[in-house]
Write a protein that binds this ligand. Structure first.
Ligand code: GLN
Length: 474
């Protein structure tokens, strides 16, 4: 079987004729079948992928190649691909076929990518373990008793298990970076507005971003370069020109000033080995002449509550469109309009999604709006300002990606608060709208991987990925 290392060496092998796209897709399809028990793919687009591979093989012969020619990409099951099913891993959208493709999908295809299938995730991207999918758990390829993380658990496990070259995830509070940490791959969340959200099934619109999961930072940079940029279908997508990230990070020679958050290091939930790893990296960087300073951020405890008040509010509004009339599932027991809404939603949504819709409806209700929603908006502004204040003195913030390694199935299920605290280090970037990346940082003595996270100033993805490449080697 072809052993994929990164896109650049894969392209060399394709161009030299060592392999063909068709061969590679066949091999991956066999591998997907072999690892079916991991429950990663909800659907494999076998024919689409094989036809496309044949097309690309012909194009490659004529020397006509895109930046992602032949790169096999898996989608999270909340990203639309025209003519293919998409369900957000929810019963309410089961058997729904997408009428159009997400902008990111169009852009990947225009550069020669092959879309191989859609991956399991937490229902409507709500979760940190993939245990909230209506279609069963995804197993962590490193240890099948452990969760892969979430919500982009399937996409991440697909990259880790070698079932595709790159996958797309979405990140509202850590759903790319947290599973990346748990599965030992690179996970990148762009600046809010860097990548179009057109065709992404919305969870919390002022937080959501699509981003890549990959084996290397270089691959993430290339995919980002293709996906990012203005889009007439998404008015929140920035007009700022997109740098050639893959080139810029090659020549990255700058020594950024790095801050780390004292409060993260002292966080009671932080695993001792991950903490020790952080300390070793900090010392090594200092020895190399980098400025690495501890800074105060005494707001850590406000991040998760602010995130959950605001995202559930946005979700309660976004998910109101799933009413048994417009899309997907309609209850067979409905007798009139009201019972169509009630029964379809009660039967179609899972437990966690219902919990969040109710919480969100509550914080937006007339009597509590000021106490919760308005207050959380103010706190968001404050957290954003405080984060940007650190980033005015430093180019980067370094933290662990997650407090621990992948946990066992069921460990956090009974206590949603415990599960929500898994996001303690990742939600800051979404609250502030800044770019962030998780880079594999080694293997814990329990045999599981974990990552370190970097955050940067808005739209400084080149800086972020440039240094992430250096961090990859530490
Ligand atoms: N784990 C977080 C949540 O459950 C993040 C989800 C996400 O980023 N989509 O909300």
């Amino acid at each position: 079987m072809y052993s994929f290392r990164d896109i650049a060496s894969y392209h060399k092998d394709l161009l030299s004729g060592n392999i063909t796209c068709t061969q590679v897709v066949h091999e991956l399809l066999t591998e997907i079948e072999k690892k079916k028990h991991l429950n990663i793919f909800l659907e494999v687009f076998r024919n689409t992928a094989l036809n496309r591979a044949a097309e690309l093989d012909t194009q490659l012969k004529s020397g006509n190649t895109g930046k992602l020619a032949g790169v096999v990409i898996a989608l999270k099951d909340n990203i639309c691909y025209k003519g293919h099913q998409v369900s957000a891993s929810s019963k309410i959208l089961e058997n729904f076929t997408s009428l159009y493709s997400a902008t990111v999908v169009e852009r990947l295809l225009a550069e020669g990518a092959i879309i191989i299938g859609r991956c399991n995730c937490d229902e409507f991207a709500m979760g940190s373990s993939n245990e909230n999918s209506a279609f069963g758990n995804v197993l962590n390829p490193h240890n099948e008793k452990a969760v892969p993380g979430g919500s982009s658990g399937g996409s991440t496990a697909a990259v880790a298990a070698g079932l595709c070259h790159v996958a797309l995830g979405s990140d509202t509070g850590g759903s790319i970076r947290q599973p990346a940490s748990f599965c030992g791959v690179v996970g990148f969340k762009p600046t809010y507005g860097r990548v179009s959200r057109w065709g992404l099934i919305a969870y919390a619109s002022s937080f959501d971003q699509i981003g890549p999961l990959s084996k290397t930072v270089d691959d993430a940079a290339l995919v980002m370069e293709v996906m990012a940029g203005a889009d007439e279908y998404d008015s929140t997508a920035s007009q700022k020109p997109v740098p050639a990230y893959s080139q810029e990070i090659k020549n990255y020679a700058y020594k950024p000033r790095i801050a780390y958050l004292k409060d993260c290091m002292e966080s009671p939930g932080l695993d001792a080995e991950i903490k020790a790893r952080m300390e070793r990296v900090i010392t090594a960087l200092k020895n190399e002449g980098y400025t690495v300073d501890a800074v105060d951020f005494p707001y850590l405890d406000y991040l998760v509550p602010t995130y959950y008040v605001l995202t559930t509010a946005e979700a309660s509004s976004n998910l109101s469109r799933f009413d048994g009339v417009h899309y997907g599932y309609r209850s067979k027991n409905a007798t009139d309009l009201e019972s169509t809404y009630k029964k379809s939603r009660s039967e179609g949504f899972g437990k966690e999604v219902k919990r969040r819709i109710m919480l969100g409806t509550f914080v937006l209700s007339a009597g509590y709006y000021d106490a919760y929603y308005s207050k959380a908006q103010k706190v968001r502004k404050l957290l954003c300002d405080k984060t940007l204040a650190i980033l005015s003195q430093y180019e980067l913030i370094l933290t662990p990606s997650t407090p621990g390694t992948a946990f066992e199935f069921g460990k956090n299920s009974a206590d949603p608060i415990k599960m929500y605290l898994e996001d303690i280090f990742t939600v800051q970037a979404n609250i502030a709208g800044i770019p962030a990346i998780s880079v594999p940082a080694g293997t814990h003595s329990n045999g599981l991987p974990y990552g370190l996270q970097l955050m940067a100033r808005p739209f400084e993805e080149a800086e972020l990925m440039g240094f992430a490449k250096i961090l990859e080697k530490y």
